[in-house]
Design a protein around this ligand. Structure first.
Ligand code: NAD
Length: 430
């Protein structure tokens, strides 16, 4: 037992030393950021990283310990880069997503697309996926900053989240001889992000993936959290993977070109996050306070990131992001694409909150240009809900909001859900 006590003391001493060294290393990283800023050098320096790793490998004599040490060092280097970015982008925002085994940054700043190469490692082959509805200049602006870029444009619309488009992207990568060190970048909304992200996760068992979202919905929701998916057999998001992006780069000016209806759809997701998790944001929205777009995105992202950090794989608290989605997905399926995802989320939230909250939510959704009533067949909605992945034994998993910032998970049966649905049906809506 004495030997155990001594060994533990030794571990404590080493941990204290590591904490001191970690602090020193980060201080040095800060200094490097200042020097790079002065010299106009990029944060990414792959050659230097390789040098550091190779020197580190030679320092560990025991070959069985080497991989673990290199993994630790890689994590340290990621932390340093996050810190350097935060230093370099004083007027900008770096929101790190800190997860077990690594972190990735979400960068938010006006005009960032034109300066993407300062923040992303584009000094390599970059396979850019966009869609036909996204202004072509966005993807071209990115392509112009890459060492070599290949640009693929899939048809706009949910139908492109298909095995067919997925296969065509993978075939493009394979036939072009794309390698592990190359990367995929999505320039588009949630559809392109889901499709390209899943392709990047699967090609060669996973290559780097950057998402540059161009819709409000993708900026505040879809681009962060590492969910990627395709639709199969008419079932939304039924095939996919959790796969972290290398970085997410958000230029808040890109949705300037978005049709107002699409913008409103994104606002539904902002309202969803505010209502469940940020009463102050909900009240700002409710009172119509002017919030600069960048600030709006950052406030919504802080909620999304906190939820993802707490539960990346949606085993527990992340399910709060499904608020409004259970009925929403049912309505989306029943209306066969006539309504946008965000519009269905708006409708889906109304029956899932207390009468007091509903009274406040109703005028806010109307002001944002979102629907509060729907003409649909309730049987079709409920059939789609049952088909949905959230339907489980003992009832359907839902999120119920009692008051802004105060929610609970609730399993309810179909008859209760049918009753709630009546609240938003065209004839019965109040
Ligand atoms: N992975 C996730 O965590 C997650 C979360 C939420 C939603 N999603 C998915 O995201 C998708 C919905 O995302 P979305 O609302 O961004 O839809 P979307 O990607 O289909 O884009 C909507 C439309 O806007 C066009 N567009 C995109 N950017 C534009 C711009 N800047 N200017 C003009 N037009 C532009 C597109 O061409 C498209 O026609 C769904 O497939 C949904 O399942 C994924």
């Amino acid at each position: 037992m004495e030997a155990l006590r001594r060994a533990r003391q030794e571990i404590d001493r080493i941990d204290a030393e590591l904490a001191r060294l970690y602090t020193e290393r980060m201080a040095a990283a800060r200094e490097i950021a200042a020097c790079k800023q002065e010299a106009g050098l990029p944060i990414f320096d792959p050659a230097r990283e390789r040098e550091v790793l190779s020197a580190a490998a030679s320092r560990i004599a025991d070959p069985t310990l080497r991989p673990g040490y290199l993994a630790l060092l890689r994590q340290l280097m990621d932390q340093s880069k996050l810190l350097q970015r935060a230093e370099l982008l004083k007027s900008e925002t770096v929101l790190p997503v800190l997860l077990p085994g690594g972190a990735y940054p979400v960068l938010v700043a006006d005009g960032l697309l034109a300066r993407a190469k300062e923040h992303l490692d584009l000094d390599r082959n970059v396979f850019i996926v966009t869609d036909s509805g996204v202004p072509a200049r966005y993807a071209r602006t990115l392509a112009a900053q890459c060492r070599r870029a290949e640009l693929v444009t899939v048809p706009a619309g949910e139908a492109s989240k298909s095995l067919r488009q997925f296969e065509s992207i993978l075939t493009g990568l394979q036939q072009g001889g794309w390698k592990r060190g190359d990367c995929v970048a999505a320039v588009g909304g949630g559809m392109v992000g889901d499709l390209a992200g899943f392709a990047a996760a699967c090609y060669l068992r996973g290559i780097d993936f950057y998402h540059i979202p161009t819709t409000l919905l993708a900026m505040v929701d879809a681009s962060v959290g590492g969910k990627t998916a395709l639709n199969l057999g008419g079932v939304k998001n039924s095939v996919g993977a959790f796969s972290r992006p290398k970085a997410v780069l958000i230029d808040p000016s890109l949705p300037d070109t978005l049709p107002p209806r699409q913008f409103a759809g994104g606002m539904a997701e902002v309202v969803k996050m505010a209502l469940t998790s940020d009463p102050a944001l909900f009240s700002d929205l409710e009172q119509g306070r002017t919030i600069d777009r960048r600030e709006l995105i950052v406030r919504a992202l802080r909620i999304k990131i906190a939820v993802v950090e707490a539960d990346e794989k949606e085993a527990g608290p992340r399910r709060v992001l499904n608020f409004g989605h259970t009925l929403g997905h049912g309505i989306e399926a029943a209306r066969k694409g006539a309504l946008l995802h965000g519009e269905c989320v708006a409708l889906g939230m109304l029956p899932m909150c207390s009468p007091d909250v509903r009274k406040r939510l109703h005028p806010l959704l109307t002001r944002l240009g979102l629907p509060t009533r729907v003409r649909t067949d309730p049987d079709e909605v409920l059939a789609a809900v049952v088909h949905d992945k959230k339907a489980c034994e003992g009832g359907i998993e839902t999120v119920y909001v009692e008051a802004p910032g105060c929610f609970r998970f609730e399993k309810i049966g179909l008859p209760v859900l049918r009753e709630r649905l009546r609240l938003i049906l065209e004839e019965n809506a109040s």
